[in-house]
Every structure is written in structure tokens, then in C-alpha cells.
Design a protein around this ligand. Structure first.
Ligand code: GRF
Length: 209
């Protein structure tokens, strides 16, 4: 079986939200550049000046800054953010190191189409919210979870997970960097699968088609 290249005109439009160094954004852009990609990155929205802006600019992708402090309150910012994303008319929104919680207005507009990568595997343990928590808990394996975004914090239906082993001498920095290597492969893969085939959800259970 060979993969047929997707007609560029039919590639699913994706908006990426980012706040940080943008390495996940770069991985998504790289995947979109492959001949058989099912999606194209039509816009990037950031909530602060950050290296992700330059990564998007280098790829000729329009960037919009939507900064919380420039708005009277969080609800207004959330609506402005939703408007900024809506202007790109995306099928899917990927949060790639976006360090703000999406609010009700945003999720009302885009609920069910937002995918996030979270750098911890065992989300069933609520005390393990992040890499530092997982290390402090003494886990021997952790990993990454790619999930749909709902109105909780990293609680939406899980789309894919990968395991990363914890080394005895790991620090938060070294462990997070190894997890990010896995995230940079997994998140673009999931975005591509969503764009190509979509997802079926049944309560907490989600299956990529
Ligand atoms: C990733 O680990 C992501 O899961 C977390 O922040 C990191 C983003 O890194 N929320 P980068 O900004 O893409 O390099």
C-alpha cells in the first residue's frame, strides 16, 4: 500500500496555539510540509512574545498575538482569542506548549476540535500534573498524553499516549527534554490522523478513525 499525497487544496486547516520555545510548533510545521500531510498550518496564535513567533514567521505562517494583560479581564481575552482563531477558519486547533487555560467562550466555539499535548502520562493520578510532580512522586515511568481539550485542566478524552522511562539522576529539565522528543513525534502524528480521518468519542473514550 502506498500513501497518496493529499491534494494541497484539500488539506485540513489547523491553527496552532503556542507560548514557549516552539519546538512542538516546529515539529507540527515540519509534518505539515511532508508530501502526504493531511493538514496545513494556516495560523499561529501566541499569548506572549516568544520564540514560537519567529518559527512561524520563518515558515511564512501568519502569527497573531493575543496577550491577556492587554484585555480588561480573562473572559474578554478568551473571546478575543476565539475570534483570532476563528479568523483562520480551522478544522482543528493544536495547543503546542500554550501556557493558558482555554475558557468557556473558546471551548464553546471550538470544543471537540482542540488537541493538546501534556508532558505526563499517568493523568489518573491527579497529583501528577506535570514533570516536576511526577519526579517528586518517584515514578519510574512517565510519558506524554495527547488529548482532546475539555473544560477541565488536562482532563479531556485521551487520543494517544507514549511512555518515557525515568532515569535515577533525572532532573525536571532532563526528563522534560526526553519527553519533548516523544511529544514532537506524537503530537504531529495525532494532528495528521485527526485531519485525515477524524475521531470518534464515547464519553471519556476517544478513538482516532
Ligand atoms: C511541552 O512539553 C508541552 O507539553 C508543554 O510545554 C512544552 C512545550 O515546549 N505544555 P515548546 O515550547 O514547544 O518547546
Amino acid at each position: 500500500m502506498t500513501d497518496a499525497p493529499h491534494d494541497a487544496a484539500r488539506r485540513s486547516p489547523v491553527v496552532v496555539l503556542a507560548s514557549g520555545t516552539g519546538t512542538l510548533l516546529a515539529a507540527i510545521i515540519d509534518r505539515a510540509a511532508s508530501f502526504d500531510a493531511a493538514f496545513t498550518v494556516v495560523g499561529v496564535v501566541v499569548d506572549r512574545p516568544c520564540p514560537a513567533v519567529q518559527i512561524a514567521a520563518d515558515a511564512d505562517i501568519p502569527v497573531v498575538e493575543c496577550i491577556l494583560q492587554e484585555h480588561p479581564d480573562r473572559a474578554t481575552w478568551d473571546t478575543v482569542l476565539a475570534d483570532a482563531v476563528a479568523a483562520f477558519a480551522p478544522d482543528w486547533v493544536a495547543t503546542a506548549g500554550f501556557m493558558k487555560i482555554l475558557g468557556p467562550a473558546f471551548l464553546h466555539r471550538f470544543g471537540g476540535t482542540v488537541v493538546n499535548s501534556h508532558p505526563v502520562r499517568a493523568r489518573e493520578r491527579r497529583q501528577q500534573r506535570g514533570v516536576a510532580d511526577a519526579l517528586a512522586y518517584g515514578v519510574k515511568v512517565t510519558g506524554t498524553t495527547v488529548h482532546l481539550v475539555d473544560d477541565g485542566v488536562d482532563t479531556g478524552p485521551i487520543l494517544a499516549q507514549r511512555i518515557v522511562e525515568v532515569a535515577p539522576d533525572d532532573t525536571e529539565v532532563t526528563l522534560h527534554e526526553r519527553i519533548k522528543i516523544v511529544e514532537r513525534a506524537l503530537l504531529p502524528e495525532v494532528v495528521d490522523a485527526l485531519a485525515a480521518r477524524g475521531v470518534v468519542t464515547d464519553g471519556r473514550k476517544a478513538h482516532l478513525k
